[in-house]
Design a protein around this ligand. Structure first.
Ligand SMILES: O=C(O)CCC(=O)C(=O)O
Ligand SMILES: [Fe+2]
Length: 384
């Protein structure tokens, strides 16, 4: 799915890489307290401002056009990137909250796969386990401890189970366990519908899967319309949910890696060492028909999206992605490198105040806590 180069010397020099470096989060360590380095954001296209001025006086910046649609919302395109569409604020706050909830609770449930499958097998109810302060422990170490308070995890032969924290520590067996909250923070992706096999880099139709939930399917069909070939209807068959977490919990990640390295079979830890708050430049090239769009929903913290050209040498355009924005990439735009070099988690820039009111009920505090330092992206695809 993701065609990506490893960061060798050449790729360091490409225009895409330069833009990634420009916008990536760096910390200024010269001051007493760690501060994000200031970045010049003046070149970043702000479609929220474009929409405001378009609604007020019909004016659009150079290179941007507006397209009518049945969505009752303006759909913007870029003259230099045919097939790319941006629909600012397309999702209501209620819809955003709904998809955030689903992304954290139902979407990572088996048979859907997540990045954690490779090590732990299917994990059920990770979000609830995190809320309840549970610990995931390897079955063998658990049997050495007092063995009570164990929740079952999906799978024929589960090797890892959730237990109450005391259950593990009281047995004195502290290795080969990891807290659910760390795993939630380290959740990078889950796949819906047809499952993508990252090791073979293709969709594996023999992996157990469920259809994309009807409501998400309907939403994707409606949103895809402006980018569809005339007379055709988008058929959502697969989706990837990307979870971007800020690096604030890096120390947690280091503890997890320590645990992983103590396993008899060493997992590939490269995947864990990738910063969780960015997505490197890539193409999505595993779907057959590129005339069909990828429908991409942004949720929670604001981000910068880079839309390059057909090679990494083309200078990318940078734009803000806010919670509720929709991006469509079809036709020629599907051949364009793209990525997310930055999410904003600081109060002034994250722009999640509407979500804060939506998740203001006490019962929703874990959703709010997650949203304050994270971004979620759901991208929906027609595979055949
Ligand atoms: O997070 C985003 O907005 C883009 C995600 C993406 O490009 C992908 O998953 O292929
Ligand atoms: Fe992509």
């Amino acid at each position: 799915m993701y065609t990506s180069e490893t960061a060798n010397e050449d790729s360091e020099r490409t225009a895409f890489r330069k833009a990634e470096k420009k916008y990536k989060l760096y910390y200024d360590t010269s001051k007493k307290r760690k501060h994000p380095k200031t970045v010049d954001l003046s070149d970043v296209i702000d479609f929220k401002a474009v929409l405001e001025s378009y609604n007020q006086n019909g004016q659009l910046p150079e290179g941007v056009f507006a397209q009518g649609s049945d969505l009752y919302l303006p759909v913007f395109g870029l003259k230099s990137r045919p097939g790319f569409y941006f629909i600012p604020g397309a999702l209501t706050i209620k819809e955003q909250c709904r998809w955030i909830r689903e992304s954290l609770t139902s979407f990572p449930q088996p048979p859907n796969r997540t990045n954690h499958n490779a090590i732990y097998g299917h994990i059920r109810d990770l979000f609830v386990a995190s809320k309840e302060g549970k610990i995931l422990t390897e079955v063998e170490s658990l049997s050495k401890s007092n063995g009570s308070g164990v929740d079952v995890i999906e799978g024929n032969d589960p090797k890892w189970k959730f237990s109450e924290e005391q259950c593990v520590t009281s047995g004195g067996s502290s290795s080969k366990s990891v807290s659910a909250s760390v795993l939630l923070r380290k959740l990078r992706w889950s796949t819906l519908g047809l499952q993508f096999d990252w090791s073979k880099r293709s969709y594996n139709i023999s992996l157990p899967h469920q259809k994309i939930p009807d409501a998400l399917c309907q939403l994707a069909k409606t949103l895809a319309a402006p980018a569809m070939p005339p007379g055709e209807v988008f058929q959502p068959e697969a989706a990837i949910v990307n979870y971007f977490s800020s690096g604030a919990r890096r120390s947690w990640a280091i503890s997890l890696i320590t645990v992983l390295l103590s396993l008899p079979i060493k997992p590939n830890i490269d995947v864990f060492l990738l910063p969780g708050d960015m997505l490197g430049g890539h193409l999505d090239d595993m779907e057959k028909d590129w005339s069909k769009p990828i429908v991409s929903l942004s949720l929670a913290c604001k981000a910068i999206f880079l839309l390059g050209g057909k090679t990494r040498e083309d200078t990318p355009l940078a734009m803000f992605l806010r919670s509720g924005d929709i991006v469509l990439m079809a036709g020629e735009a599907r051949e364009c490198f793209h990525g997310v070099p930055r999410i904003f988690t600081d109060g002034g820039h994250a722009e999640i105040s509407d979500l804060e009111s939506c998740f203001s009920h006490e019962d929703d505090s874990s959703f709010l806590e997650y949203c304050r330092t994270s971004r979620i992206n759901i991208n929906i695809r027609q595979v055949d």
